[in-house]
Design a protein around this ligand. Structure first.
Ligand code: ADP
Ligand code: MG
Length: 248
């Protein structure tokens, strides 16, 4: 039995337009995968299919060897997949305190109020913002808001953390600090990371593997470091040039 996610020839259409065509790959537990590619290439669609927020038009998605999505059917619901997501807009509730925002991440869990509170504080501590528990999100910096969204995602102790371009708009130092901390947290908590991004710094700091999409198809995939030696895709060529600039 294969553990982790497996996509078998997955396609997705919107109003007759192919957003993804014939996608096959696996995400093994403990892996860190960047789904990269130009705007509109199908990255977010891929994440939504993995999350069970949408069903494929054809193909199969398996989790730990069990079929969880097939043509036009979601067989395992998002909250049953062991995933947590952080989106670009973070989706924090402005009228709720930081603590209450994080508690929302535990709403679906069969836990007592005390236990939820304990887990929320633990996640806030992990993300180094426990001192901000009583504040409203608008009273926080961009980086602190990211940490709240992250704490909410981590509170439920997911097996998989899906990140859809959540670091856009952060300054470089804040971004790199956060990325390094997420990397360490994922290792410590054995969380598999799936990042959607078009940013070389994000993708290479956080992820070992990559799938490059172009117009809904896989252009290349594998270990990021290997692919960067001789990139086939334009985006990895750009990554390489940018990284050389940074290193030297
Ligand atoms: P990315 O995240 O790589 O920018 P998306 O996965 O959001 O790309 O979109 C892939 C393609 O599918 C785009 O052409 C986009 O316009 C289209 N698309 C995405 N979501 C919808 C939707 N809900 N309805 C119609 N078309 C959509
Ligand atoms: Mg997107």
């Amino acid at each position: 039995m294969k553990s982790g996610f497996e996509l078998r020839s997955v396609s997705k259409k919107y109003d007759g337009v192919m957003a993804l065509s014939d996608i096959s790959f696996s995400i093994e537990p403990g892996e860190s995968l960047a789904i990269i590619g130009p705007s509109g290439c199908g990255k977010s669609t891929m994440l939504r299919l993995l999350a069970g927020l949408e069903a494929p038009a054809s193909g199969e998605i398996l989790l730990n060897g069990s079929l969880i999505s097939k043509a036009d059917q979601i067989l395992l619901l998002p909250h049953q997949r062991g995933i947590a997501m952080v989106f670009q807009d973070l989706a924090l509730w402005p009228n709720l305190s930081v603590l209450d925002n994080v508690l929302l991440g535990l709403a679906a869990q069969p836990l007592s109020k005390q236990e939820k509170h304990r887990k929320a504080i633990e996640a806030l501590t992990l993300c180094k913002i426990e001192a901000l528990s009583d504040r409203k999100p608008e009273k926080l910096s961009g980086g602190q808001q990211q940490r709240v969204a992250l704490a909410r995602a981590l509170a439920a102790e997911p097996d998989f953390l899906f990140l859809d371009e959540p670091f856009s708009g952060l300054d470089l130092v804040t971004k790199i600090t956060l990325l390094e901390e997420i990397s360490l947290l994922a290792e410590k908590k054995k969380i598999t990371l799936v990042l959607v991004s078009h940013d070389p710094i994000e993708a290479t700091t956080l992820c070992r593997q990559t799938v490059v999409l172009n117009q809904g198809r896989i252009e290349e995939s594998g270990i990021m470091r290997d692919l960067l030696r001789e990139p086939k895709s334009q985006i990895l060529r750009v990554f390489r040039e940018n990284m050389t600039g940074l290193v030297w």
